[in-house]
Ligand binder design. Structure first.
Ligand SMILES: NC(=O)c1ccc[n+]([C@@H]2O[C@H](COP(=O)([O-])OP(=O)(O)OC[C@H]3O[C@@H](n4cnc5c(N)ncnc54)[C@H](OP(=O)(O)O)[C@@H]3O)[C@@H](O)[C@H]2O)c1
Length: 242
């Protein structure tokens, strides 16, 4: 049987790294490929791990990565764990007075267009004859139905756009891969570089460690069936309203 590969995009990030480690510990794939802009200094150098450079703002880097992966086997798991909350040096908008066209464009490019381009280049590498999983990390704040607090305009809107892109991809993907599962996930609030400035110590909100969130997300994916494709699920398996 062809070698089965897992690909995690964003392994330099908190949740991405934890997802890659959890997948590698399972030993269910011939190799876990990590993709990110820069190689994590402690990324393992062994047969079970691979690494490729990818910048979501450079589609050619995705095409190069896909060409390399195609030589290694079929891709049965793709987890996209990239994302930005705000542009560098800026905070998420608290008011419409802070709306900035350039910042909106960057967040849409990274959070919505980027994962869609990952799908464009990696979905063709998924098998037609067996189960595969493609999951992109979204966020509950990207839910339009759940938006009661307001604020965080660019992040919310870019995640809502991601959700629509993934839902549309799922509709098309199932035409050729009926056993495929393509979903968006909310990981909960997780202690990473992205969330750290916004999770106050005094907050009563539950904050997960990346390893906990990764284990929970993989468990959710394990339980999903092809009829769940196109869905939006939280770390505890509960559907999130669109
Ligand atoms: N942490 C939370 O509480 C939380 C809650 C809800 C949803 N999420 C979502 O979970 C996902 C992972 O977030 P995290 O908390 O693990 O954040 P993180 O530690 O900041 O990781 C973000 C990742 O995105 C990558 N990235 C950013 N721009 C990129 C680009 N142009 N090309 C390629 N990679 C790029 C980063 O790479 P570099 O290292 O190269 O910058 C990093 O690997 C995101 O989609 C986030 O929105 C997180």
């Amino acid at each position: 049987m062809t070698r089965e590969l897992a690909v995690v995009v964003g392994v330099s990030g908190g949740i991405g790294r934890a997802l890659a480690e959890a997948l590698a510990a399972r030993g269910t794939h011939a190799r876990v490929w990590g993709l990110s802009r820069s190689r994590p200094h402690d990324w393992p150098e062994d047969e079970a791990h691979g690494w490729l450079p990818v910048d979501l703002l450079d589609e050619a880097s995705l095409a190069r990565a896909a060409a390399r992966l195609a030589k290694d086997g079929v891709v049965t798991t793709v987890l996209v764990a990239t994302g930005v909350l705000a542009t560098e040096g800026a905070a998420p908008e608290k008011t419409y007075r802070a709306l900035d066209a350039a910042a909106l464009a960057v967040l849409f490019a990274v959070n919505a267009t980027g994962p869609a381009l990952v799908a464009k280049h990696l979905l063709p590498l998924t098998p037609r004859d067996r189960r595969s999983v493609f999951a992109a990390l979204s966020a509950r704040v990207g839910s339009i139905g759940d938006n009661r607090l307001g604020g965080w305009y660019a992040y919310r809107a870019s995640k809502a756009a991601l959700n629509m892109l993934m839902r549309t991809l799922a509709v098309e993907h199932r035409q050729t891969r009926p056993q495929g599962v393509l979903v968006v996930l909310h990981p909960g609030t997780v202690e990473t570089a992205l969330s750290r400035p916004f999770v106050s110590r005094a907050s009563t909100r539950t904050v997960f460690r990346p390893a906990f969130a990764a284990a929970a997300l993989l468990q959710v994916l394990d339980g999903l069936q092809p009829e769940d494709t196109g869905g939006f699920f939280a770390w505890d398996g509960q559907p999130v309203p669109w």
